[in-house]
Design a protein around this ligand. Structure first.
Ligand SMILES: [Zn+2]
Ligand SMILES: [Zn+2]
Ligand SMILES: [Zn+2]
Length: 1412
């Protein structure tokens, strides 16, 4: 309603005076209505109301019910509505409210235009009902004279009010003269002083005025021509009476409306377009009707409530009809429905389906009501709330409170549901929590009270709650008695943990006040009592005693500090004394030390000064001592400062736990556009290691800030060891710095930071690979020094594993549970499952690749890192840079021989496989066994490390003994692995035993046997045929798909229009913000990065080429698409899948693809790389989806080596050196928490587009009302982003979304009336209702047209169309509706692509977190 007085529509000027008056009047109404809406809370029903529509679809049973009810009801409220704008007025709706009880009533809505045939029994029953109501001396209440209500209904012969009834005009009780006693005095005064005529223009019963009224002043003032009969000057509108009496707002928005539209959704009139603006919109149609029903019902109910307010004594003055079973039944059902069904079901439920058979009330107590079956797990979340909360949340509108028995029954139903669907639910306890609690304090407190948990403790800071898991029901029950509701309250916190900083501050204030000293001049003096002189303890006004302080790496005797070799000593009694600074007696050097709350050192309480026993000692001697002690390896390696646990707050069985999900999450802001939050990326320019990040975070753990600045400087300026030492000595020589602060040597600096350089360097002659003692030695064997020697840095596998396991232990534990695992991940492959034990274990995925380092033109060298990934860390976090294990690093101008690169690494691994590895976590030593999952690399790396011939040789395949054939003359340049040969005589599988026997037979005359070129260290830790895997990044994308693109490009570029269109189509697509790269220019396909190839192959290639074919005929040979389609399905399924059974269906796709390959493309291209595709499905069955063991992550890691290498010589060692520093500092401060995966919440921000929000507001209100049965509160907040685990969703109204599309989603809409439950749409915004996140979605209609109808495979393979339609669902973007759904219904983002004006494809993104 955008009319307002300053904005008169242009047609107004041309209109007649009559129309002008109408327009003015309507306009005033809108303004007044909206003004009141903002002023008052909405009018709500105070009692239980049952709504029954009467029309041709009603049943005789319903009527019989009503008739028997009418016999027992003596008081009714009547109201009517007429159709908008009809010249000959015919009433459209009669509302009759049965007032039979003070807490319950029934309203019938007689839909005049939908009455049954007048001859029918049903119609006769309706007449009978009306006769009973309007007879028998019943009281009939109305707003205004009763006869006026029925002026427009006479033709129906339905209601005769000349019978024996008592008409009561409630309006006459409410006039300015009569209601003084019953209104609020404040209200009244205002009423008297303001002559607000607009009060009077509003509705009265039967108000049908719209177009054709005489523009008489009375009409404008009183809103109804009927009222000219009475003394109208004193009459109030119903709205005003409600406002004045109750201070509530009665919405009159619907006054003038299409009352004959057919309100009951049962009538199906909503299926036609009436209220929708442009296109038909189901939601609009339904919502308007529901809103009109509410209006109609409120109009009656308001009259009743005013009447009872005026005559309270009448409240109990009615016969309460004994409720018949069926009617109780109806009410109960509506109750249950509203409370238990999901929000989008409410439309269905609000339709009272009386014609449907109802379950008998007897069975109801044992069974769930039929409509509650579709409860989603998300709904069940609310059950975790206490019952009090649930009741508070549920503010029924039409239906109010439940009886106690009903509540109990409802609880039982919920309980049953939970027992069935959520076996774990019972073993959790939720408690409110004071903000200062962290995980460590919670655990300590629970341990103190001997409460045994399953270690699943989750803090939800937003809700200020903690959820504690228990292993068994018994333990949970035992704990429940101890875990009072205030167990984590502030009071508890202070009682148990104290407020130490407050204590210190308070003591200072006390001393200052009692001595009349200024706060500023007070300093804290510490007196540590030796055990022998306890009697000296004097507590005066300035001294406070503390017990149980602990000192690390130092001891205190006679109140003097000296170094100690014991890790921690407890101080006997410590006195804190506030003295004036002037009183301090200076003797020896004072050492300032921090006092932390506890060993986590997360809370610095204050600093104290203690005298040193030896004047030569300074702070850093103490710091260093603690560092040294910690390197002994007591599990406290992180504690380098004097640490005191004060005030007895620290429990003795303290375990260290740095889990800090919140901190970590900050690293993963989606606006960085980088899901990995790490330094990664293939574009060199984008790679930057954010040193500041590391340092800033490190500061928080109370290292000296100066060191951080120092390292930052050293790295930025590329200082080497010598120049660093020079810098340090320069700093020390300057008098402007305290000398003792500067580390004497570089080593001291790293020591202070506890970086351990856990690698060893070896040097080799780059010509003959003889091992040398030093890098600069010249080779004694070949003597040449043409090229620099080669470096090999070998890292301690154990230490690298320990570093990573420690910072990932929580998520490793979480991911070990099958329910948290991704279906297609390695852990669900057959190999991992076969080798799984019940013991903690670690499986390594190894990879290697060479990468040129571009440091100077003269020295072109390469690095060959051997990297490891831990399978037990959940994907994709296992691929984050600081979770990458560096096992070894070769740096040279020549490639390393296989044995040189792998020997030492494999030896280290073998030792660990034999012994396993002990890692100390939370003070507990855990033993992990180690195994190798797989080894991966590109073709050259694979053939080198597997000791097999290169891909151009014979018997190149690592999986089978397929010989291959030279291509025929005249070419004879290629070794072909032809499908025809393969299928004619399928080759034997290669086995590790076969490889071993081949190695035995190799000698100088037979250097290769079946492609085996020699021994490889890998054979001793894995099976090459089964565990040396193909990498789809290289094999499928870089080699095969790039070749296909080159062939396609040759054809397309012949048509200049086609190539232009193709690029245009590619540019029409907008991708989620997490897609850092996507293809834009087809002619540059040879420059595309792996992630661009992936995006094109897995998502956009097929729709883009189809659109091209539809627009420019014959521009692209259809056979390419028909053929590629089979490869697409094969790779897309193997890439990632939900059901393992899909793998079994894949062979026929690749067989068929390969069968046609040589006839479509060049025969000489049927190389080993084409043959290798046939083995991918076997590999996937063993090791999981291709995406999970690809080399995308290793490839981007190679970029990092390029970045951290300094200078131009001994680059290998440089890289190893800085790798240790960065990785160790970063891993130490990072603790990956399960919240990363489990947290699902709206992101708080203010990036909403307010203009667009206003455009959607009205539809949202209606939708909201439909969903929740109420209108949103004015303070409802709108949000634009929602985060589910690692995935961030945006919305259309997110003002910073730019060109990215992270708002197009696939949702699970169970209640959709289409067959498929998957729906697609665009998120407009998010909001929270009852603490649950919801989204407002523009949902597109699913199309009956299938994508598979647009293309055909070269040969029909069973189920091809099912896969195509799964990956390319089609929607009609021209048809949409606005719906509210819980955020839990989101499945994934989609890339949406317009096929034409009507249809779009929504391609679900199955693995958004894949590395690029
Ligand atoms: Zn040599
Ligand atoms: Zn093969
Ligand atoms: Zn050839």
């Amino acid at each position: 309603m955008d009319q307002n007085s300053n904005n008169t529509p242009t047609y107004y000027l041309k209109s007649s005076a009559k129309k002008k008056n109408n327009w003015k009047r309507n306009q005033k109404r809108f303004e007044k209505n909206e003004q009141l809406r903002s002023q008052y809370p909405p009018f709500e029903l105070s009692s239980h109301l049952n709504i029954i529509h009467l029309h041709y679809k009603s049943t005789i049973d319903t009527l019989n019910e009503l008739i028997s009810k009418a016999y027992k009801t003596k008081r009714y409220v009547v109201d009517t509505e007429s159709q908008k704008g009809e010249t000959e007025r015919h009433g459209a709706l009669i509302q009759i409210q049965f007032l039979y009880s003070s807490d319950q009533s029934t309203t019938i809505l007689i839909e005049i235009n939908y009455l049954p045939d007048k001859q029918s029994n049903l119609y006769k029953k309706i007449i009978e009902l009306c006769e009973i109501i309007f007879n028998n001396g019943n009281e009939i209440l109305a707003w205004g004279p009763l006869e006026n209500e029925f002026t427009n209904f006479h033709h129906l012969d339905l209601i005769h009010i000349d019978k024996k009834i008592i008409p009561i005009n409630v309006q006459s009780l409410f006039s300015s003269g009569k209601n003084i006693q019953i209104t609020h005095p404040e209200m009244e005064r205002r009423d008297e002083t303001t002559a607000d005529t607009s009060y009077y223009i509003y509705d009265t019963p039967g108000d049908n005025d719209d177009m054709n009224d005489e523009p008489q002043i009375n009409d404008i003032l009183f809103g109804s021509h009927h009222q000219t009969h009475v003394n109208s000057n004193e009459l109030w509108s119903l709205q005003k009476a409600i406002e004045t009496t109750f201070g509530k707002f009665l919405d009159k928005f619907e006054t003038v409306n299409h009352w004959k539209c057919g309100l009951d959704l049962q009538l199906d009139t909503w299926k036609q377009k009436l209220f929708s603006k442009h296109h038909y919109d189901k939601t609009t149609e339904q919502q308007r009707r529901l809103s009109m029903i509410q209006y109609a019902v409120h109009d009656c109910a308001a009259v009743a409530e005013l009447y009872f307010h005026r005559y309270p004594e009448k409240v109990n003055d009615h016969h309460i009809p004994k409720q018949t079973t069926t009617s109780t039944n109806i009410i109960k059902h509506l109750d249950d429905d509203l409370l238990e069904v999901s929000d989008d079901e409410i439309i269905q439920i609000l339709m009272p389906r009386f014609d449907e058979p109802r379950p008998t009330p007897e069975t109801q107590h044992d069974e769930m009501p039929t409509l509650t079956i579709g409860v989603t797990p998300e709904e069940m979340e609310t059950f975790h709330l206490s019952d009090v909360q649930i009741e508070q949340q549920q503010q029924p509108q039409i239906i109010t409170t439940l009886t106690k028995a009903e509540r109990q029954r409802k609880k039982n139903i919920k309980l049953k549901w939970k027992q069935k669907h959520r076996p774990d639910f019972q073993n959790k306890i939720k408690r409110p929590i004071y903000y200062k609690y962290d995980y460590r304090k919670i655990r300590a407190q629970l341990t103190d009270d001997k409460i045994y948990t399953s270690h699943q403790i989750t803090i939800n800071r937003n809700l200020a709650e903690v959820v504690i898991g228990f292993k068994t029901k018994q333990e949970k029950e035992a704990a429940a008695t101890k875990l009072k509701i205030n167990y984590f309250s502030r009071t508890q916190y202070i009682e148990r943990w104290g407020e130490p900083e407050a204590y210190v501050t308070a003591s200072r204030q006390y001393v200052a006040q009692s001595n009349q000293w200024s706060l500023k001049e007070l300093i804290l003096q510490v007196i540590v009592q030796d055990s022998t002189d306890q009697q000296q303890f004097v507590e005066d006004d300035c001294t406070f005693a503390i017990r149980s302080l602990r000192l690390q790496g130092a001891k205190c005797r006679s109140n003097k500090l000296s170094l100690s070799s014991s890790i921690s000593t407890e101080l006997n009694l410590t006195l804190l004394k506030w003295i004036r600074a002037t009183e301090r007696k200076q003797t020896n050097a004072m050492i300032t030390l921090p006092v932390y709350l506890n060993a986590t050192r997360s809370e610095l309480l204050f600093t104290i000064e203690l005298e040193a026993a030896d004047n030569s000692l300074n702070e850093f001697d103490f710091y260093e001592r603690v560092s040294q002690l910690n390197q002994v390896g007591d599990g406290h390696e992180n504690e380098n400062a004097l640490q005191t646990s004060s005030f007895n707050f620290e429990s003795d069985n303290y375990t260290r736990d740095d889990s800090n999900g919140e901190d970590f999450n900050d690293d993963y802001d989606d606006d960085s556009g980088n899901l990995h939050g790490d330094y990664d990326g293939e574009n060199d320019d984008e790679v930057s290691i954010n040193l500041n990040d590391i340092y800033v975070d490190h500061l928080n753990s109370h290292h000296h800030p100066f060191f951080m600045k120092l390292i930052s400087f050293i790295h930025e300026t590329k200082l080497n060891k010598i120049t660093t030492a020079k810098l340090l000595s320069l700093l020390r020589s300057s008098s402007s710095f305290p000398v003792d602060l500067i580390p004497k040597t570089t080593n001291t600096l790293w020591q202070k930071l506890q970086v351990s350089f856990n690698y060893k360097c070896y040097y080799y002659c780059s010509t003959c690979f003889l091992e040398l003692a030093n890098y600069n030695d010249s080779c004694p064997k070949c003597g040449s020094k043409k090229q620099n020697n080669s470096e090999l840095c070998i890292f301690s596998v154990a230490e690298e594993l320990e570093r990573i396991v420690k910072s990932n232990i929580d998520i490793i534990h979480w991911y070990s549970l099958p329910k948290n695992q991704l279906a297609a991940d390695m852990v669900n492959g057959s190999w991992y499952k076969q080798n799984k034990t019940d013991e903690p274990q670690l499986a390594l995925m190894l990879s290697t690749d060479g990468k040129p380092l571009v440091k100077s033109k003269q020295t072109r060298t390469s690095v060959w890192p051997v990297l490891g990934f831990l399978v037990e860390i959940p994907y994709p976090i296992r691929e984050y840079v600081n979770n990458i294990i560096l096992l070894g690093l070769w740096h040279s101008s020549v490639a390393p021989p296989c044995t040189l690169l792998l020997d030492k690494i494999v030896k280290n691994i073998k030792a660990l496989i034999t012994t396993g590895i002990n890692i100390c976590i939370h003070n507990t030593m855990i033993h992990f066994s180690l195994q190798i999952q797989l080894f991966s690399g590109d073709f050259p790396a694979r053939s080198k490390c597997n000791s097999l011939v290169s891909h151009s040789g014979f018997y190149a395949c690592s999986r089978c003994l397929f010989e291959g054939k030279r291509c025929s003359q005249p070419c004879a340049n290629h070794t072909l692995y032809r499908w025809a040969d393969f299928i004619k005589k399928p080759p034997r599988k290669r086995t590790q035993e076969h490889i071993n026997s081949c190695v035995q037979k190799i000698n100088s005359s037979n250097p290769k046997i079946f492609g085996v070129t020699g021994p490889t260290p890998l054979s001793s830790i894995l099976s090459i045929p089964e565990q040396s895997t193909f990498d789809y990044f290289h094999l499928v994308l870089e080699i095969h798909f790039r070749y296909l693109l080159s062939e396609w490009y040759i054809r397309i570029q012949q048509n200049t229009i086609a190539i232009g269109l193709l690029n245009q189509f590619m540019n029409e697509i907008s991708y989620p913000h997490s897609f850092n790269r996507y293809p834009v220019d087809f002619s540059k396909f040879d420059k595309w990065k792996g992630s661009e190839l992936r995006c094109f192959m897995l998502y956009t290639a097929i729709p883009v080429f189809i659109k091209l074919s539809l627009n420019v005929r014959h521009s692209f040979p259809q056979v390419y698409l028909a053929h590629f389609l089979l490869l697409f399905i094969y790779v897309r399924v193997l890439h990632n899948f939900i059901d393992h059974r899909d793998i079994k269906k894949m062979p026929k796709f690749i067989y068929c693809y390969l069968n046609h390959f040589s006839s479509i493309y060049e025969p000489c291209k049927e190389l080993y790389s084409v043959h290798a595709l046939v083995h991918l499905f076997e590999q996937v069955a063993q090791h999981g989806g291709l995406a999970y063991h690809s080399l995308f992550a290793s490839e981007s890691c190679l970029q990092i080596f390029n970045k951290i290498a300094h200078g131009s010589v001994i680059l290998g060692e440089q890289i190893a050196f800085w790798w240790c520093i960065f990785q160790q500092l970063r891993s130490r401060k990072t603790h990956y928490s399960t919240n990363l995966f489990t947290d699902k919440q709206i992101v708080e921000d203010n990036f909403i587009d307010l203009i667009q929000l206003d455009a959607f507001r009205q539809e949202f209100y209606l939708s909201f009302h439909q969903t929740f049965g109420e209108f949103p509160i004015a303070s409802l907040k709108y949000y634009t982003r929602y985060k589910a685990g690692l995935i961030m969703y945006h919305s259309l109204l997110y003002s910073r979304r730019g060109n990215s599309n992270s708002y197009s989603v696939c949702v699970n809409d169970d209640k959709s009336d289409t067959q498929s439950t998957l729906c697609f749409g665009q998120i407009l915004f998010f909001f929270q209702m009852k603490q649950k996140p919801f989204l407002f979605l523009k949902k597109f209609a699913n199309s009956k047209k299938k994508f598979s109808s647009l293309l055909k495979p070269i040969e029909s393979v069973c189920d091809w169309d099912i896969y195509v339609d799964r990956y390319y669902p089609v929607v009609r973007h021209s048809t949409s509706e606005l719906v509210i759904l819980p955020c839990s219904s989101i499945i994934c983002k989609c890339i949406c692509y317009r096929l034409d004006d009507q249809y779009s494809v929504f391609m679900p993104i199955q693995l958004e977190t894949e590395h690029d």
